[in-house]
Design a protein around this ligand. Structure first.
Ligand code: GLU
Length: 491
């Protein structure tokens, strides 16, 4: 039987980084088994819907390159893919459960249910429905239906038995049926609950493997009971471990900073995000850490997903990001930066659009080893495209570099100017620049830092930037002279 998996999000906001890991594991498992990965939107809880979530989800999946094989954007024969468009289907199947005496009408008011819950809580008991309507006579039920009393439909949980399932990650899980609540399957408004819709849809869509977050483990016995009530073949369940934020706070669905979108906006590369999160919960059983998506498809093993939680650390993800940034050809990296700028900072792209490409590539060549995120590009490069800020005396004077006063800084800048203006060689390659400056500084019996610190500051007026000789190489002779003269005038 070929493998069918699915991602079944509720459109209640942005895509959580933990959900992306679930998508990734589904995707990897499906691709390595030549299966089909489906997307279904679980939008039956109309009160929790957030407008734009579905579009955002599609955009995020496209940005990271994890495209479902079948779903709202690329329908096959298993649609519709929005649960809100499948209400007739749920009606058909709930009727079947009622006819087979596997479910029953419940007429209890929400007031009664609240009271019941409060009583149970005050006695320290688990909160559960007390099965009052399960034992109504058929006549009484019919009377209430005829009187058009509002109702829900609940599952009949078999009594005095055990419910078991084998989880591919966590092993065999068994719980006594008395601990399972007689859950609502169909709400008063005719919408199914998650538990009912998920089972009906997974079955009708032919899902063979359910890979989802750990928090659904307590719900799974309810799902198992439904598969049994319908006499349907059960899929394999794999519950992947929870993610914790560094600092031991559970990755909350409500904290915006764990959204994939926010990481993309901070300009993490998709390949770095996927590589990093693949390792949060999966053990490749080697010390290797860098895996491309196709390597992950080859290497990932669901059986090597561990039970213990994993910790998400943004700084670790930065390390992966820096690795990918460094390993790109400069021209490829520039193309990526252009795409990101176009999406997230078109203003800056506009500002730099007239700069010659080889100038930008020179800058990037120098900077790519310093960038952790693509968003570092703007703060690191602004001074290359704009005039430097006004003289910052505190920055240019640096006693540690033997530049104890503005007068000394001036003297050093004059040395640089002299070399740039009067040396006959071309000063075009980094080696030529380096050898010339070192030789000239030595001839003048000065220290390298003494000349190069003020030079670096004059060229960038930044606390941090590439070193002076690298800047001279990038700017070229003429522009370097211009910048140094400007600062000299201000001293
Ligand atoms: N709609 C559920 C959610 O939002 C899906 C859970 C499942 O995968 O069964 O997470």
């Amino acid at each position: 039987m070929s493998i069918v998996t699915r991602f079944a999000p509720s459109p209640t906001g942005y895509v959580h980084i933990g959900s992306l890991r679930t998508v990734l594991y589904n995707y990897l498992y499906t691709k390595q088994n030549d299966g089909k990965f489906m997307l279904r939107i679980e939008d039956t809880d109309q009160t929790r819907l957030v407008e734009g979530s579905v579009e955002n989800l599609m955009q995020v999946l496209a940005s990271v390159g994890l495209i479902p094989d079948e779903g709202p954007n690329n329908p096959g024969d298993k649609g519709p893919y929005f649960q809100s468009e499948r209400l007739d289907i749920y009606q058909e199947y709930i009727k079947k459960l009622l006819d087979d005496d596997k479910a029953y009408y419940c007429f209890c008011s929400s007031k009664r249910l609240t009271q019941l819950r409060e009583e149970q809580q005050s006695l320290g008991l688990p909160t559960k429905y007390d099965k009052k309507c399960r034992f109504c006579s058929p006549e009484e039920t019919q009377e209430k239906l005829d009187a058009k009393q509002p109702y829900t439909i609940r599952l009949k949980v078999p009594e005095n038995t055990e419910i078991s399932f084998v989880d591919a990650v966590k092993g065999k899980i068994t719980i006594p049926s008395k601990d399972v609540d007689e859950q609502v399957l169909m709400k008063t408004d005719g919408f199914p609950t998650y538990h009912f819709a998920v089972v009906v849809d997974d079955h009708l869509m032919g899902v063979t493997d359910i890979i989802r977050w750990d928090e659904w483990v307590p719900s799974t016995p309810k799902h198992v009971l439904l598969y049994q009530a319908f006499d349907w073949q059960m899929p394999t369940f794999s519950h992947v471990p929870p993610l914790l934020w560094a600092g031991w706070k559970k990755l909350s669905k409500r904290t915006g900073d764990v959204s994939v979108e926010s990481f993309l906006q901070k300009w993490f590369l998709p390949e770095a995000i996927l590589n990093y999160i693949s390792l949060l919960g999966w053990n490749p059983k080697t010390t290797e850490e860098i895996f491309s998506l196709s390597e992950l498809i080859e290497r990932f093993k669901l059986s090597d997903v561990h039970k213990a939680w994993a910790i998400f650390e943004e700084e670790r993800m930065e390390w992966f990001n820096a690795h990918y940034i460094k390993s790109y050809e400069t021209a490829t990296l520039w193309n990526k930066i252009k795409t990101y700028l176009g999406r997230y900072d078109s203003e800056y792209l506009e500002e730099i659009k007239d700069a010659p490409e080889d100038y930008i590539l020179k800058i990037l060549d120098e900077l790519k080893t310093r960038m952790k995120k693509l968003e570092d590009f703007k703060p690191l490069t602004q001074f290359f495209f704009h005039d430097v800020a006004d003289l910052d005396s505190d920055l240019i004077v640096n006693p540690k570099m033997k530049v104890a006063s503005l007068a000394e800084a001036k003297k050093s800048l004059q040395v640089t100017l002299d070399i740039l203006e009067n040396r006959e060689n071309k000063l075009e390659t980094p080696e030529e620049i380096k050898n010339t400056f070192i030789e000239e500084i030595k001839n003048r019996e000065m220290k390298n830092g003494q000349v190069l610190w003020p030079t670096r500051v004059a060229l960038s007026m930044e606390q941090f930037s590439p070193w002076a000789l690298e800047l001279i190489f990038i700017f070229g002779r003429e522009k370097s002279i211009e910048r140094i003269q400007k600062v000299l005038k201000q001293i």
